[in-house]
Design a protein around this ligand. Structure first.
Ligand code: ZN
Length: 275
């Protein structure tokens, strides 16, 4: 690893720590039961097909985080990203469509104006594909955030997640939920099942994150066999699987939060407020 890579890694971790420590959006968990959300970032096509199938076969729904700029593209390893039809099918099947940013750039590296333009562009993209719909959940691209970008996201989305490892128990940071990666190449089953057991005992909210779902997945993906095993482990414990929006409503005691629509009209006001 080069000195530059180490420096960038240290910078990312430091900003993440600052955001969690000084910009937490604390929320009591009123669900009274453990919850699991299964989420897919960027939507490689296999996540839409295999991942969606695995959930639907068990009567479950997931949350898919969309970066509009990736539609119709190809990942570095050659796997196609989602198409417009994939997105329509996912929404039609009842999965939640969540918001990344349009460009999928690391947000702390952008100015506040660039961040809001990127969010608005993704919001417009989603509206062009799915019509005017509530967008409730947000995921920071690469999990990268900082106090400044986290404050912007908090103003527009009721719930957001990063990639900081862990389950969400006790008071939650609703603007930067912790996650457990279920990537095949880094899967430690003993640790995973122990985390589920703890979540069941403490009524925690567990957010499971992956990308592609293929027999030979990329470094951030999961095999169909492993995702089936993950869902079986959750089911065996009787833990409810909900989209992030519905799990958030349960955490709020059954009250659905106002949708996190990014209306074009709101943006100029926000720009002024942080200038
Ligand atoms: Zn992403």
């Amino acid at each position: 690893m080069s000195i530059r890579d180490r420096w960038n890694g240290l910078r990312r971790r430091s900003l993440d720590r600052l955001a969690r420590r000084f910009c937490a959006a604390r929320a009591e968990n009123h669900a009274g039961r453990p919850l699991v959300s299964v989420v897919f970032d960027d939507i490689p096509q296999s996540a839409a097909l295999e991942g969606g199938r695995a959930l639907l076969a068990r009567g479950m729904r997931g949350t898919y985080f969309v970066a509009g700029g990736l539609e119709g593209g190809v990942a570095a390893d050659g796997e196609p990203f989602f198409t417009r039809d994939d997105l329509l099918r996912l929404a039609g099947d009842g999965h939640e469509i969540g918001c990344h940013t349009f460009s999928h750039r690391s947000m702390p590296r952008l100015s506040s104006t660039e961040v809001m333009d990127d969010l608005a562009r993704n919001r417009d993209y989603l509206a062009s594909r799915l019509g005017e719909m509530p967008v409730h959940s947000f995921a920071y691209p690469y999990g990268d955030t900082c106090p400044r970008t986290k404050r912007i996201v908090r103003r527009h989305f009721p719930v957001a997640r990063g990639v900081y490892h862990g389950i969400n128990e006790g008071a939650l940071d609703i603007a930067q939920l912790r996650t457990l990666a279920i990537e095949t190449c880094a899967m430690h089953w003993d640790m995973f099942t122990a985390a589920l057991d703890r979540a069941a005992a403490t009524n925690a909210w567990v957010v499971l994150v992956t990308h592609d779902v293929r027999s030979r997945p990329g470094p951030w993906g999961t095999t169909p066999t492993d995702i089936a095993r993950v869902l079986d482990e959750v089911q065996r414990r009787g833990i409810e699987v909900q989209t992030m929006a519905k799990a958030h409503a349960a955490v709020r005691g059954g009250a659905t939060a106002p949708p996190g629509l990014i209306s074009a009209a709101a943006l100029p006001v926000d720009r002024q407020s942080i200038a």
